[in-house]
Design a protein around this ligand. Structure first.
Ligand code: ATP
Ligand code: MG
Length: 424
């Protein structure tokens, strides 16, 4: 049988790699503006980095690629998300003692989750994410959200909506949890299998269920906002006021609980409202977490906030809005070697062009004139640099401007010094 890529994975082929690079460049530029630094953590971690006691999320319970090598007792997991590894590193490297908190980090790279593949849902997919670690303030929450919103706008994605909610602090969550237990208990039999587990582990997560979503007892479930204590209310109010001040459009969605278990206070999602997105419309999601830094052994009171975007989903959203991020750039010059004896000379000219910053290529195989000219065409080269026996012997080149259909025979020095004008 022929070799095939595993289900739920995809190759980024050369022609699409330019879209990826353009996306990555925009994201990096924004991180530069907002003073976020990059962190690169390994693609696998000890399993307990992701699998925390009593975590009820699907990601941790059903979707992780966990393995133990023969002759080893160490259980490792390919990262399903970027936050846990980033926070692990933040603590392990004592970044919490940085005098300028929060430490603002970004990461990007592949994540692995064993899910049922569909459009916008892969088993290996890429996330770009940020984390602001070590301080808690509504300003930091809003900074992270503004960054996300500005990036998507700069990319040209307009059909988006920000959904915001608060899960409150531990005390508020505990009160809400009790209310949810009371509410769902009589319906226990009607809950899906996963929700039965969630009911025991973290009833909040039932609100995020995609199976039970439309059932009546979901619609009548109590709302978080009725269980917030004053401090949590005030925190959330400030977040909303700041978003208003900055004229960032958002909607409060009081059923938004997010897919991971460690969130407190602000949670948010950015969804695409473009119809072509299908059901995988959430392009970015995140929230504040109070418990995670202490979990990894960092200072007890330290909190963080972060979000992650699904890069494949961003590319789908861009396509849905008809935005082309870019394709293979044209060549400045294609060197056509027309005589075998001149090949080394032509190769030197090619190297010279590149050394002076011109994007250039050459036929190495001595193809026919016609064959090489087709290559010039395919490469959309701005110029063809023709080198035959004559040019070789006189240390010259014949440069042909493809668009203007003009050609001149000049020295290599003159080629280099006038190349800017020629390709203008
Ligand atoms: P979903 O509800 O779609 O499963 P999630 O809650 O599991 O999402 P997060 O863990 O918050 O998602 O990940 C952040 C973002 O990463 C998502 O909003 C989405 O854009 C992207 N993402 C998550 N899982 C996948 C996947 N399997 N394939 C592609 N992108 C994904
Ligand atoms: Mg998921």
């Amino acid at each position: 049988m022929a070799y095939q890529i595993p289900r739920g994975c995809q190759d980024v082929l050369p022609e699409d790699s330019y879209k990826w690079q353009s996306l990555e460049n925009t994201l990096r530029e924004f991180c530069y503006l907002y003073n976020f630094d990059e962190i690169r953590t390994p693609i696998f971690e000890h399993t307990n980095v992701f699998k925390r006691e009593n975590d009820s999320s699907d990601m941790v319970n059903k979707e992780m690629y966990t393995f133990t090598l023969e002759n080893s007792k160490t259980s490792l997991t390919i990262r399903p998300e970027g936050t846990a590894g980033t926070v692990r590193s933040f603590v392990e490297n004592k970044m919490y003692s940085n005098p300028d908190l929060p430490v603002k980090l970004y990461y990007m790279g592949p994540m692995a989750r064993h899910e049922r593949p569909q459009k916008g849902r892969l088993r290996i997919f890429n996330q770009f994410g940020v984390e602001c670690l070590g301080q808690k303030s509504p300003y930091i929450d809003v900074e992270a959200m503004v960054l996300a919103f500005s990036m998507l706008k700069a990319l040209g994605i307009n059909d988006i909506k920000i959904l915001v909610n608060t899960l409150g602090d531990d005390a508020s969550r505990a009160a809400y949890r009790e209310a949810l237990v009371e509410h769902f208990e009589p319906h226990l039999e009607d809950l899906c299998g996963d929700c039965k587990r969630r009911f025991r582990q973290n009833p909040l997560r039932i609100l995020d269920c995609k199976v039970d979503h439309d059932k009546d007892f979901m619609k009548t479930a109590p709302s978080m906002k009725d269980y917030l204590n004053d401090e949590s209310k005030e925190y959330f109010q400030t977040v909303c006021e700041l978003l208003d001040t900055l004229e960032i459009p958002y909607e409060i969605d009081d059923k938004l609980v997010r897919g991971l278990d460690y969130y407190t206070h602000t949670v948010f999602e950015i969804v695409s409202v473009n119809e072509e997105m299908g059901s995988q419309s959430t392009v970015l999601a995140g929230g504040r977490y109070d418990g995670l830094i202490p979990y990894f052994g960092g200072p007890e009171e330290m909190s963080g906030i972060g979000w992650a975007m699904g890069m494949e989903r961003i590319l789908i959203a861009l396509e849905a809005e008809g935005i082309d991020l870019g394709s293979k750039p044209e060549l400045d010059a294609y060197v056509m070697c027309l005589d075998k004896s001149a090949r080394t000379y032509a190769f030197k000219v090619l190297t010279e062009l590149r050394a002076h910053g011109y994007r250039a290529d050459m036929d190495m195989m001595g193809r026919s004139f016609k064959g090489q000219f087709k290559a010039v065409d395919r490469a959309k080269a701005k110029t063809a640099i023709l080198i035959g026996k004559n040019e070789f012997e006189n240390k010259q080149v014949t440069v042909k401007n493809i668009a203007k259909k003009e050609q001149n025979t000049i020295s290599v020095e003159d080629l280099i010094s006038t190349m800017d004008e020629i390709i203008e």
